[in-house]
Design a binder for this molecule. Structure first.
Ligand code: CMC
Length: 426
Protein backbone atom coordinates (compact mmCIF):
# COMPACT_ATOMS: atom_id res chain seq x y z
CA UNK A 1 0.00 0.00 0.00
CA UNK A 2 1.33 3.45 -0.87
CA UNK A 3 -0.05 6.97 -1.09
CA UNK A 4 -2.57 8.36 1.36
CA UNK A 5 -5.35 7.12 3.59
CA UNK A 6 -8.58 9.09 3.65
CA UNK A 7 -10.58 9.50 6.80
CA UNK A 8 -14.00 11.08 6.83
CA UNK A 9 -15.13 12.94 9.95
CA UNK A 10 -18.59 14.49 9.97
CA UNK A 11 -18.55 14.61 6.17
CA UNK A 12 -15.10 16.25 5.90
CA UNK A 13 -12.33 14.19 4.26
CA UNK A 14 -8.76 14.29 5.49
CA UNK A 15 -5.77 12.61 3.86
CA UNK A 16 -3.02 11.05 5.93
CA UNK A 17 0.22 9.74 4.39
CA UNK A 18 1.10 6.04 4.35
CA UNK A 19 4.64 5.10 5.39
CA UNK A 20 6.19 1.87 4.06
CA UNK A 21 9.20 0.12 5.60
CA UNK A 22 11.86 -1.85 3.71
CA UNK A 23 10.11 -5.17 4.49
CA UNK A 24 6.74 -3.85 3.35
CA UNK A 25 5.41 -2.95 6.81
CA UNK A 26 2.87 -0.16 6.44
CA UNK A 27 1.67 2.58 8.76
CA UNK A 28 -0.58 5.62 8.65
CA UNK A 29 1.38 8.69 9.66
CA UNK A 30 -0.89 10.42 12.18
CA UNK A 31 1.73 13.03 13.16
CA UNK A 32 -0.59 15.88 12.06
CA UNK A 33 -3.90 14.20 12.99
CA UNK A 34 -4.75 16.54 15.86
CA UNK A 35 -3.74 19.69 13.97
CA UNK A 36 -5.88 18.65 11.01
CA UNK A 37 -8.90 17.14 12.75
CA UNK A 38 -8.79 17.99 16.45
CA UNK A 39 -8.76 14.25 17.24
CA UNK A 40 -6.04 12.13 18.81
CA UNK A 41 -5.49 8.37 18.36
CA UNK A 42 -6.30 6.13 21.34
CA UNK A 43 -4.29 2.91 21.53
CA UNK A 44 -3.84 1.45 25.05
CA UNK A 45 -0.62 -0.57 25.32
CA UNK A 46 0.47 0.92 21.95
CA UNK A 47 -0.50 -2.36 20.25
CA UNK A 48 -1.10 -0.57 16.92
CA UNK A 49 1.28 2.32 17.33
CA UNK A 50 4.67 2.65 15.68
CA UNK A 51 6.67 4.96 17.95
CA UNK A 52 9.59 5.46 15.55
CA UNK A 53 11.24 4.43 12.32
CA UNK A 54 14.17 2.13 13.04
CA UNK A 55 16.81 0.32 10.99
CA UNK A 56 18.05 -1.95 13.80
CA UNK A 57 15.80 -4.99 14.17
CA UNK A 58 13.15 -6.56 11.97
CA UNK A 59 10.50 -8.89 13.39
CA UNK A 60 7.64 -10.62 11.63
CA UNK A 61 5.45 -12.05 14.37
CA UNK A 62 3.24 -14.06 12.02
CA UNK A 63 6.19 -15.79 10.33
CA UNK A 64 8.42 -16.01 13.42
CA UNK A 65 11.23 -13.94 11.87
CA UNK A 66 13.86 -11.99 13.82
CA UNK A 67 16.81 -10.21 12.18
CA UNK A 68 19.41 -7.81 13.53
CA UNK A 69 20.52 -5.28 10.89
CA UNK A 70 19.14 -7.69 8.29
CA UNK A 71 20.98 -10.81 9.53
CA UNK A 72 18.75 -13.68 10.77
CA UNK A 73 19.17 -14.30 14.49
CA UNK A 74 19.65 -18.02 13.74
CA UNK A 75 22.84 -17.23 11.76
CA UNK A 76 24.17 -14.92 14.44
CA UNK A 77 23.44 -17.48 17.17
CA UNK A 78 25.37 -20.08 15.25
CA UNK A 79 28.36 -18.11 14.01
CA UNK A 80 28.74 -14.86 15.94
CA UNK A 81 29.84 -13.86 19.44
CA UNK A 82 27.90 -11.59 21.77
CA UNK A 83 30.50 -8.84 21.36
CA UNK A 84 30.42 -9.05 17.57
CA UNK A 85 26.59 -8.95 17.60
CA UNK A 86 26.66 -5.98 19.99
CA UNK A 87 28.96 -4.15 17.59
CA UNK A 88 26.63 -4.98 14.72
CA UNK A 89 23.58 -3.65 16.57
CA UNK A 90 25.24 -0.46 17.77
CA UNK A 91 27.28 0.40 14.65
CA UNK A 92 25.05 -1.08 11.95
CA UNK A 93 27.74 -3.31 10.36
CA UNK A 94 29.78 -6.35 11.36
CA UNK A 95 33.24 -5.38 12.64
CA UNK A 96 36.53 -6.20 10.90
CA UNK A 97 39.03 -8.31 12.85
CA UNK A 98 40.93 -5.15 13.86
CA UNK A 99 37.76 -3.41 15.01
CA UNK A 100 36.75 -6.44 17.09
CA UNK A 101 40.21 -6.61 18.70
CA UNK A 102 40.02 -2.89 19.43
CA UNK A 103 36.61 -3.34 21.10
CA UNK A 104 37.90 -6.24 23.21
CA UNK A 105 40.84 -4.13 24.37
CA UNK A 106 38.54 -1.25 25.27
CA UNK A 107 36.28 -3.63 27.20
CA UNK A 108 39.28 -4.81 29.20
CA UNK A 109 40.32 -1.21 29.92
CA UNK A 110 36.85 -0.38 31.23
CA UNK A 111 35.93 -3.63 32.94
CA UNK A 112 36.72 -2.59 36.51
CA UNK A 113 34.08 -1.02 38.72
CA UNK A 114 34.96 1.82 41.10
CA UNK A 115 35.89 0.18 44.42
CA UNK A 116 33.64 2.61 46.33
CA UNK A 117 30.62 1.06 44.63
CA UNK A 118 31.15 -2.14 46.62
CA UNK A 119 29.96 -0.33 49.73
CA UNK A 120 26.53 0.13 48.15
CA UNK A 121 26.27 -3.55 47.32
CA UNK A 122 27.16 -4.48 50.89
CA UNK A 123 24.44 -2.23 52.29
CA UNK A 124 21.39 -3.33 50.30
CA UNK A 125 19.14 -5.27 52.67
CA UNK A 126 19.46 -9.03 52.41
CA UNK A 127 16.90 -10.44 50.01
CA UNK A 128 16.91 -7.33 47.77
CA UNK A 129 16.10 -8.35 44.21
CA UNK A 130 19.19 -8.18 41.94
CA UNK A 131 17.19 -6.27 39.29
CA UNK A 132 16.41 -3.47 41.74
CA UNK A 133 20.06 -3.37 42.75
CA UNK A 134 21.27 -3.36 39.13
CA UNK A 135 18.90 -0.58 38.12
CA UNK A 136 20.04 1.59 41.05
CA UNK A 137 23.72 0.87 40.49
CA UNK A 138 23.61 1.65 36.77
CA UNK A 139 21.97 4.97 37.60
CA UNK A 140 24.67 5.57 40.23
CA UNK A 141 27.39 5.12 37.57
CA UNK A 142 26.77 8.69 36.43
CA UNK A 143 27.98 9.99 39.81
CA UNK A 144 31.14 7.91 39.57
CA UNK A 145 31.83 8.70 35.91
CA UNK A 146 30.81 12.32 35.27
CA UNK A 147 30.14 13.71 31.80
CA UNK A 148 33.07 13.85 29.38
CA UNK A 149 34.22 16.85 27.36
CA UNK A 150 32.93 16.10 23.85
CA UNK A 151 29.62 14.49 22.91
CA UNK A 152 31.39 11.87 20.79
CA UNK A 153 33.75 10.92 23.61
CA UNK A 154 30.89 10.90 26.09
CA UNK A 155 28.82 8.54 23.95
CA UNK A 156 31.65 6.17 22.96
CA UNK A 157 33.16 5.85 26.41
CA UNK A 158 29.78 5.58 28.16
CA UNK A 159 28.68 2.82 25.79
CA UNK A 160 31.95 0.90 26.38
CA UNK A 161 31.74 1.42 30.12
CA UNK A 162 28.18 0.19 30.30
CA UNK A 163 28.74 -2.93 28.21
CA UNK A 164 31.86 -3.88 30.10
CA UNK A 165 30.99 -2.82 33.64
CA UNK A 166 27.42 -4.12 33.84
CA UNK A 167 28.77 -7.65 33.44
CA UNK A 168 31.32 -7.02 36.24
CA UNK A 169 28.64 -5.42 38.42
CA UNK A 170 26.27 -8.37 38.02
CA UNK A 171 28.96 -10.89 39.02
CA UNK A 172 30.15 -8.64 41.85
CA UNK A 173 26.65 -8.36 43.22
CA UNK A 174 26.31 -12.16 43.22
CA UNK A 175 29.62 -12.66 45.03
CA UNK A 176 28.81 -10.05 47.67
CA UNK A 177 25.32 -11.49 48.19
CA UNK A 178 26.98 -14.83 49.01
CA UNK A 179 29.54 -13.20 51.32
CA UNK A 180 32.34 -14.26 48.95
CA UNK A 181 35.41 -12.36 47.84
CA UNK A 182 34.85 -10.42 44.60
CA UNK A 183 36.64 -11.89 41.56
CA UNK A 184 38.10 -9.28 39.22
CA UNK A 185 37.88 -9.42 35.41
CA UNK A 186 40.85 -10.98 33.62
CA UNK A 187 42.22 -9.43 30.41
CA UNK A 188 43.10 -12.84 28.95
CA UNK A 189 39.47 -14.04 28.97
CA UNK A 190 36.70 -13.36 26.46
CA UNK A 191 33.59 -11.41 27.49
CA UNK A 192 31.48 -14.47 28.34
CA UNK A 193 34.31 -16.55 29.82
CA UNK A 194 35.19 -13.58 32.02
CA UNK A 195 31.64 -13.34 33.31
CA UNK A 196 31.46 -17.05 34.19
CA UNK A 197 34.85 -16.82 35.89
CA UNK A 198 33.84 -13.75 37.92
CA UNK A 199 30.68 -15.58 38.99
CA UNK A 200 32.05 -18.98 39.87
CA UNK A 201 35.78 -18.82 40.56
CA UNK A 202 36.63 -19.22 44.25
CA UNK A 203 39.99 -19.43 46.08
CA UNK A 204 39.18 -23.01 47.10
CA UNK A 205 37.80 -24.17 43.74
CA UNK A 206 39.27 -22.44 40.70
CA UNK A 207 36.68 -22.21 37.92
CA UNK A 208 37.36 -24.51 35.00
CA UNK A 209 36.28 -22.65 31.86
CA UNK A 210 34.22 -24.88 29.59
CA UNK A 211 34.20 -23.60 26.00
CA UNK A 212 30.81 -25.24 25.34
CA UNK A 213 29.29 -23.24 28.18
CA UNK A 214 31.00 -20.10 26.93
CA UNK A 215 29.44 -20.74 23.51
CA UNK A 216 26.03 -21.34 25.13
CA UNK A 217 26.27 -18.06 27.04
CA UNK A 218 27.25 -16.21 23.85
CA UNK A 219 24.18 -17.68 22.15
CA UNK A 220 21.92 -16.87 25.10
CA UNK A 221 23.00 -13.22 25.07
CA UNK A 222 22.84 -12.94 21.26
CA UNK A 223 19.22 -14.14 21.37
CA UNK A 224 18.36 -11.46 23.92
CA UNK A 225 20.36 -8.65 22.30
CA UNK A 226 17.47 -6.71 20.74
CA UNK A 227 13.76 -7.05 20.09
CA UNK A 228 12.71 -3.74 18.56
CA UNK A 229 10.17 -1.59 20.45
CA UNK A 230 9.37 -3.84 23.43
CA UNK A 231 8.44 -2.49 26.88
CA UNK A 232 11.97 -1.92 28.24
CA UNK A 233 13.37 -0.57 24.95
CA UNK A 234 10.45 1.82 24.71
CA UNK A 235 11.20 2.85 28.30
CA UNK A 236 14.82 3.58 27.33
CA UNK A 237 13.69 5.62 24.31
CA UNK A 238 10.96 7.43 26.26
CA UNK A 239 13.16 8.31 29.24
CA UNK A 240 16.03 9.14 26.85
CA UNK A 241 13.75 11.47 24.86
CA UNK A 242 13.92 13.94 27.74
CA UNK A 243 17.69 14.06 26.94
CA UNK A 244 18.65 12.44 30.22
CA UNK A 245 22.09 10.76 30.38
CA UNK A 246 22.48 7.23 29.02
CA UNK A 247 23.02 5.64 32.45
CA UNK A 248 19.62 6.93 33.63
CA UNK A 249 17.88 5.79 30.43
CA UNK A 250 19.39 2.27 30.74
CA UNK A 251 18.48 2.18 34.42
CA UNK A 252 14.84 2.81 33.38
CA UNK A 253 15.10 -0.03 30.85
CA UNK A 254 16.34 -2.41 33.55
CA UNK A 255 13.43 -1.43 35.81
CA UNK A 256 10.93 -2.05 32.99
CA UNK A 257 12.48 -5.41 32.12
CA UNK A 258 12.08 -6.61 35.72
CA UNK A 259 8.31 -7.18 35.36
CA UNK A 260 7.04 -10.78 35.11
CA UNK A 261 5.13 -10.06 31.88
CA UNK A 262 8.41 -8.95 30.29
CA UNK A 263 11.97 -10.09 31.17
CA UNK A 264 10.96 -11.27 34.65
CA UNK A 265 9.10 -14.12 32.95
CA UNK A 266 12.26 -16.30 32.88
CA UNK A 267 12.29 -16.35 36.68
CA UNK A 268 8.50 -16.76 36.80
CA UNK A 269 8.68 -19.81 34.48
CA UNK A 270 11.04 -21.70 36.77
CA UNK A 271 8.91 -20.77 39.78
CA UNK A 272 5.80 -21.98 37.93
CA UNK A 273 7.44 -25.25 36.85
CA UNK A 274 8.69 -25.85 40.40
CA UNK A 275 5.15 -25.31 41.74
CA UNK A 276 3.73 -27.74 39.18
CA UNK A 277 6.39 -30.25 40.19
CA UNK A 278 5.47 -29.84 43.86
CA UNK A 279 1.85 -30.38 42.80
CA UNK A 280 2.88 -33.86 41.63
CA UNK A 281 3.69 -32.74 38.06
CA UNK A 282 0.03 -31.97 37.30
CA UNK A 283 0.59 -29.68 34.30
CA UNK A 284 -2.97 -30.22 33.09
CA UNK A 285 -4.15 -28.30 36.15
CA UNK A 286 -1.87 -25.39 35.18
CA UNK A 287 -3.29 -25.43 31.64
CA UNK A 288 -6.83 -25.46 33.00
CA UNK A 289 -6.05 -22.53 35.31
CA UNK A 290 -4.46 -20.55 32.43
CA UNK A 291 -7.67 -21.00 30.42
CA UNK A 292 -9.97 -20.06 33.28
CA UNK A 293 -10.91 -16.39 32.76
CA UNK A 294 -11.79 -16.01 36.45
CA UNK A 295 -8.28 -17.05 37.46
CA UNK A 296 -5.52 -14.42 36.93
CA UNK A 297 -2.97 -17.23 36.43
CA UNK A 298 -1.21 -17.27 33.03
CA UNK A 299 1.10 -19.86 31.62
CA UNK A 300 4.41 -18.06 32.05
CA UNK A 301 6.78 -18.25 29.08
CA UNK A 302 3.81 -18.53 26.70
CA UNK A 303 2.41 -15.84 24.44
CA UNK A 304 3.84 -12.70 22.97
CA UNK A 305 2.51 -9.34 21.83
CA UNK A 306 4.16 -9.67 18.41
CA UNK A 307 4.79 -13.38 17.82
CA UNK A 308 1.71 -15.27 16.78
CA UNK A 309 3.93 -18.19 15.75
CA UNK A 310 6.75 -20.04 17.54
CA UNK A 311 9.28 -17.52 18.88
CA UNK A 312 12.46 -18.18 16.82
CA UNK A 313 14.57 -17.54 19.93
CA UNK A 314 12.67 -20.20 21.89
CA UNK A 315 13.43 -22.78 19.17
CA UNK A 316 17.16 -22.18 19.54
CA UNK A 317 17.09 -22.12 23.34
CA UNK A 318 15.09 -25.35 23.50
CA UNK A 319 17.79 -27.08 21.43
CA UNK A 320 20.50 -25.47 23.54
CA UNK A 321 18.85 -26.81 26.71
CA UNK A 322 19.33 -30.37 25.55
CA UNK A 323 22.94 -29.73 24.52
CA UNK A 324 23.93 -27.98 27.76
CA UNK A 325 22.28 -30.55 30.01
CA UNK A 326 23.87 -33.39 28.06
CA UNK A 327 27.30 -31.78 28.22
CA UNK A 328 27.02 -31.16 31.97
CA UNK A 329 25.48 -34.60 32.51
CA UNK A 330 22.52 -33.01 34.28
CA UNK A 331 19.09 -34.63 34.30
CA UNK A 332 16.75 -31.75 35.13
CA UNK A 333 13.19 -32.96 35.81
CA UNK A 334 11.97 -29.40 35.10
CA UNK A 335 13.09 -29.77 31.47
CA UNK A 336 11.02 -32.94 31.05
CA UNK A 337 8.08 -31.20 32.70
CA UNK A 338 8.50 -28.13 30.46
CA UNK A 339 8.45 -30.32 27.34
CA UNK A 340 5.33 -32.18 28.48
CA UNK A 341 3.61 -28.91 29.34
CA UNK A 342 4.55 -27.39 25.97
CA UNK A 343 3.30 -30.43 24.06
CA UNK A 344 -0.03 -30.44 25.89
CA UNK A 345 -0.53 -26.67 25.56
CA UNK A 346 0.24 -26.65 21.82
CA UNK A 347 -2.51 -29.25 21.29
CA UNK A 348 -5.03 -27.38 23.40
CA UNK A 349 -7.83 -25.50 21.59
CA UNK A 350 -7.45 -22.38 23.79
CA UNK A 351 -3.73 -22.04 23.06
CA UNK A 352 -4.34 -22.73 19.36
CA UNK A 353 -7.14 -20.16 19.17
CA UNK A 354 -5.10 -17.48 20.96
CA UNK A 355 -1.87 -18.30 19.04
CA UNK A 356 0.01 -18.88 22.27
CA UNK A 357 3.44 -20.46 21.73
CA UNK A 358 6.47 -20.73 24.00
CA UNK A 359 8.50 -17.52 24.04
CA UNK A 360 12.21 -16.97 24.73
CA UNK A 361 11.66 -17.22 28.48
CA UNK A 362 10.09 -20.67 28.51
CA UNK A 363 13.31 -22.69 28.24
CA UNK A 364 15.95 -20.08 29.08
CA UNK A 365 15.72 -20.56 32.86
CA UNK A 366 16.58 -24.23 32.49
CA UNK A 367 19.81 -23.38 30.62
CA UNK A 368 20.70 -20.73 33.20
CA UNK A 369 20.00 -23.12 36.08
CA UNK A 370 22.30 -25.68 34.51
CA UNK A 371 25.05 -23.05 34.26
CA UNK A 372 24.69 -22.42 38.01
CA UNK A 373 23.00 -19.02 37.75
CA UNK A 374 20.64 -18.51 40.70
CA UNK A 375 16.96 -18.05 39.83
CA UNK A 376 16.73 -14.47 41.09
CA UNK A 377 19.54 -13.50 38.69
CA UNK A 378 17.83 -14.80 35.53
CA UNK A 379 16.41 -11.41 34.60
CA UNK A 380 19.81 -9.80 35.22
CA UNK A 381 21.15 -12.22 32.58
CA UNK A 382 18.43 -11.00 30.22
CA UNK A 383 19.37 -7.38 31.02
CA UNK A 384 23.08 -7.92 30.21
CA UNK A 385 22.01 -9.45 26.90
CA UNK A 386 19.56 -6.63 26.06
CA UNK A 387 22.08 -3.87 26.83
CA UNK A 388 23.47 -3.53 23.25
CA UNK A 389 19.91 -3.31 21.92
CA UNK A 390 18.95 -0.58 24.38
CA UNK A 391 22.14 1.32 23.53
CA UNK A 392 21.62 0.96 19.77
CA UNK A 393 18.01 2.14 20.06
CA UNK A 394 18.94 5.07 22.30
CA UNK A 395 21.74 6.08 19.90
CA UNK A 396 19.38 5.87 16.93
CA UNK A 397 16.81 7.97 18.77
CA UNK A 398 19.21 10.79 19.61
CA UNK A 399 20.41 10.95 16.00
CA UNK A 400 16.86 10.82 14.61
CA UNK A 401 16.00 13.95 12.57
CA UNK A 402 12.33 13.37 13.53
CA UNK A 403 13.22 13.29 17.24
CA UNK A 404 10.58 14.61 19.62
CA UNK A 405 10.12 14.52 23.37
CA UNK A 406 7.91 11.45 24.05
CA UNK A 407 4.70 12.79 25.43
CA UNK A 408 1.50 10.86 24.71
CA UNK A 409 -1.92 12.37 25.26
CA UNK A 410 -4.97 10.86 26.93
CA UNK A 411 -8.74 10.84 26.92
CA UNK A 412 -9.80 12.28 30.26
CA UNK A 413 -12.58 10.32 31.98
CA UNK A 414 -12.58 11.98 35.41
CA UNK A 415 -15.02 14.35 37.05
CA UNK A 416 -16.18 17.60 35.43
CA UNK A 417 -15.18 20.91 36.98
CA UNK A 418 -16.28 21.17 40.60
CA UNK A 419 -15.67 23.52 43.47
CA UNK A 420 -13.14 22.85 46.26
CA UNK A 421 -15.06 21.73 49.39
CA UNK A 422 -13.71 23.09 52.68
CA UNK A 423 -12.85 20.41 55.29
CA UNK A 424 -15.89 21.11 57.58
CA UNK A 425 -18.32 20.67 54.66
CA UNK A 426 -17.05 17.17 53.66
N1 CMC B 1 -1.62 -17.81 29.38
C1 CMC B 1 -2.95 -17.75 29.27
N2 CMC B 1 -3.63 -16.83 28.54
C2 CMC B 1 -2.88 -15.93 27.88
C3 CMC B 1 -1.47 -15.93 27.95
C4 CMC B 1 -0.85 -16.92 28.73
N3 CMC B 1 0.48 -16.95 28.83
N4 CMC B 1 -0.99 -14.90 27.21
C5 CMC B 1 -2.05 -14.26 26.69
N5 CMC B 1 -3.19 -14.90 27.09
C6 CMC B 1 -4.58 -14.53 26.74
C7 CMC B 1 -5.08 -13.43 27.64
O1 CMC B 1 -5.71 -13.94 28.79
C8 CMC B 1 -6.01 -12.67 26.74
O2 CMC B 1 -7.24 -13.32 26.71
P1 CMC B 1 -8.64 -12.47 26.53
O3 CMC B 1 -8.46 -11.68 25.26
O4 CMC B 1 -9.70 -13.52 26.43
O5 CMC B 1 -8.74 -11.62 27.74
C9 CMC B 1 -5.38 -12.83 25.36
O6 CMC B 1 -4.53 -14.00 25.43
C10 CMC B 1 -4.52 -11.66 24.96
O7 CMC B 1 -3.66 -11.34 26.05
P2 CMC B 1 -2.98 -9.92 26.21
O8 CMC B 1 -2.26 -9.85 27.51
O9 CMC B 1 -3.94 -8.83 25.88
O10 CMC B 1 -2.01 -9.99 24.95
P3 CMC B 1 -0.61 -9.43 24.83
O11 CMC B 1 -0.28 -9.47 23.41
O12 CMC B 1 -0.48 -8.12 25.50
O13 CMC B 1 0.20 -10.54 25.67
C11 CMC B 1 1.99 -11.17 27.05
C12 CMC B 1 1.55 -10.64 25.68
C13 CMC B 1 3.47 -11.56 26.91
C14 CMC B 1 1.86 -10.06 28.09
C15 CMC B 1 1.14 -12.40 27.45
O14 CMC B 1 1.18 -13.38 26.44
C16 CMC B 1 1.58 -13.01 28.78
O15 CMC B 1 1.18 -12.51 29.83
N6 CMC B 1 2.45 -14.08 28.77
C17 CMC B 1 2.98 -14.62 29.98
C18 CMC B 1 4.20 -13.80 30.43
C19 CMC B 1 5.38 -14.02 29.55
O16 CMC B 1 5.77 -15.15 29.23
N7 CMC B 1 6.08 -12.92 29.20
C20 CMC B 1 7.32 -12.97 28.40
C21 CMC B 1 7.14 -12.37 27.04
S1 CMC B 1 8.56 -12.75 25.98
C22 CMC B 1 9.89 -11.90 26.69
C23 CMC B 1 9.85 -10.46 26.37
O17 CMC B 1 10.28 -10.10 25.28
O18 CMC B 1 9.38 -9.69 27.22
Amino acid sequence: MTGNVKIVINGDTYELPVVVGTEGETAIDIGRLRQMTGLIALDPGYANTGSCKSSITFMDGEKGILRYRGIPVEELAEHSSFIETSYLLINGVLPTKEQLNQVSMLFNDHSLVHEDMQIFYQNFPRGSHPMGILSSMVNALRSFYPELQTIEEEINITVTRLLSKVRTMAAMSYKISRGHKVVYPRPDLSYCANFLNMMFDTPVRPYDIDEDLVKALNTFWILHADHEQNCSTSAVRLVGSGRVNLYAAISAGIAALWGPLHGGANQAVIEMLSEIQEDGGNYQRAIARAKDKKDPFRLMGFGHRVYKAYDPRAKIIKKMCDQVLLKLKIADPLLDLAKELEEAALKDDYFIEYNLYPNVDFYSGIVLRAMGIPTNMFTVMFAIGRLPGWIAQWKESIDDPDWKLSRPRQIYTGSGKKRYTPMDER
